[in-house]
Design a protein around this ligand. Structure first.
Ligand code: NAD
Length: 340
């Protein structure tokens, strides 16, 4: 077993752990506002350098996310990037618990892509540093509700109404976030076009929710009002950005822009981009509400901060003639400068 601490100018610190069963990384991006909070992703990478690049970017997004909705947390993220497929999931997570105990509270983990609250429940037997709640046997869709709030707020400014009836939305990715989000959109009779690399989930959304299956190139045809990336990152790239014909981009995926400078390109094309770290902050707000008196109604009320911040940042973006991302980053950086 090898455990090493990595330090460089890009983040506060990272921990690399490798044993015969698992290779994982924890990046703690910033602890100015409190202990780092961010999910653990299970995604295979062949080498540590590539994995570190991936998780460091996600950890930075967590710093922004926790700060933008005024939570007392810094940003961090974990990535299990190689594991022995002959071993049980519990054996892998048992070692992750030891790493969390070694970090000793500077980082709290939670569920993310390819990990669930069930994994967090297992971790909690061995560590105090895992979060994520089941309520009546299910996780409440706080992240999806936050994305929905961001879209309603942005629509009230762009389309002059928060009512989504008849608006054409393309949702890319129908996992934990995307599927519940689509349910909310359909409850308002939005026209929801969907794509996922897993055809069975697409079919389920067509059968159960009345979605319309499509291919991702629908965003170039001029028929979609809102693009909502809810899969993995990098949906907006320098190669596809010029062809995009939508009015608003707001979704649950982390790191939707291949690089932040693309926000200006979208602004110049008159496409409003609501920063991903604001749209998808519902999950961390849910984590902050964890405790004995946990109550979904209270969580949803608090997730409403995403609606208010979206309106406020959009108005400032208009006043200052700059992308919403610039306004959101200014807000985050001033919080980080001020400390706790
Ligand atoms: P998930 O693993 O449950 O779902 C991801 C879905 O995307 C899967 O259905 C997968 O088949 C699909 N997918 C993968 N690549 C795709 C592609 N190229 N095109 C279309 N579909 C594709 O993950 P999730 O928890 O729903 O998270 C989705 C995104 O939201 C991730 O970027 C995650 O980091 C982010 N996020 C999640 C939460 C949360 O509460 N789960 C919170 C904040 C941010």
């Amino acid at each position: 077993m090898v455990l090493k601490v990595i330090q460089n100018d890009n983040f506060y610190k990272a921990i690399s752990y490798t044993s015969e069963n698992v290779s994982l990384l924890v990046v703690i991006d910033d602890v100015t506002l409190g202990p780092a909070l961010g999910g653990c992703r299970m995604l295979e990478f062949s080498d540590e350098k590539e994995a570190l690049h991936h998780v460091a970017r996600l950890a930075k997004a967590m710093t922004y996310k926790n700060a933008v909705v005024d939570l007392p947390f810094g940003g961090g993220k974990a990535l299990i990037y190689q594991w022995n497929h002959q071993k049980s999931r519990n054996e892998i997570f048992r070692e992750f618990a030891d790493v969390l105990n070694y970090i000793n509270g500077e980082y709290y983990t939670a569920d993310d892509v390819n990990t669930t609250v069930k994994d967090m429940d297992f971790l909690r037997k061995y560590t105090k540093f895992a979060r994520g709640v089941f309520y009546k046997g299910q996780q409440i869709p706080a992240t999806s509700f936050g994305v929905y709030q961001a879209i309603k707020a942005a629509s009230s400014v762009i389309f002059k109404t928060p009512n989504l009836k008849g608006i054409n939305v393309f949702v890319q990715g129908l996992g934990k976030v995307g599927y519940s989000f689509v349910k909310l959109l359909r409850s308002e009779q939005a026209n929801v076009f969907v794509y996922d690399i897993q055809p069975d989930i697409v079919q389920k959304s067509v059968d159960e929710l009345g979605c319309i299956a499509c291919t991702p190139d629908i965003v170039y045809r001029g028929t979609i009002d809102i693009l909502s990336p809810c899969a993995l990152g990098n949906s907006i790239t320098k190669d596809n950005i010029q062809d995009l014909k939508v009015k608003l981009i707001a979704g649950g995926a982390n790191n939707q822009l291949e690089n932040p400078s693309l926000a200006q390109v979208l602004y110049d094309k008159n496409i409003v981009y609501i920063p991903d770290f604001l749209c998808n902050a519902g999950g961390v707000i849910d984590v902050d509400c964890e405790g004995e008196n946990y109550c979904p109604e209270y969580v949803y009320r608090r997730v409403g901060i995403i609606y208010d911040k979206t309106i406020s940042f959009l108005n400032k973006s208009k006043e200052n003639s700059c992308p919403v991302l610039d306004i959101a980053l200014d807000y985050v950086h001033s919080k980080l400068k001020g400390g706790k």
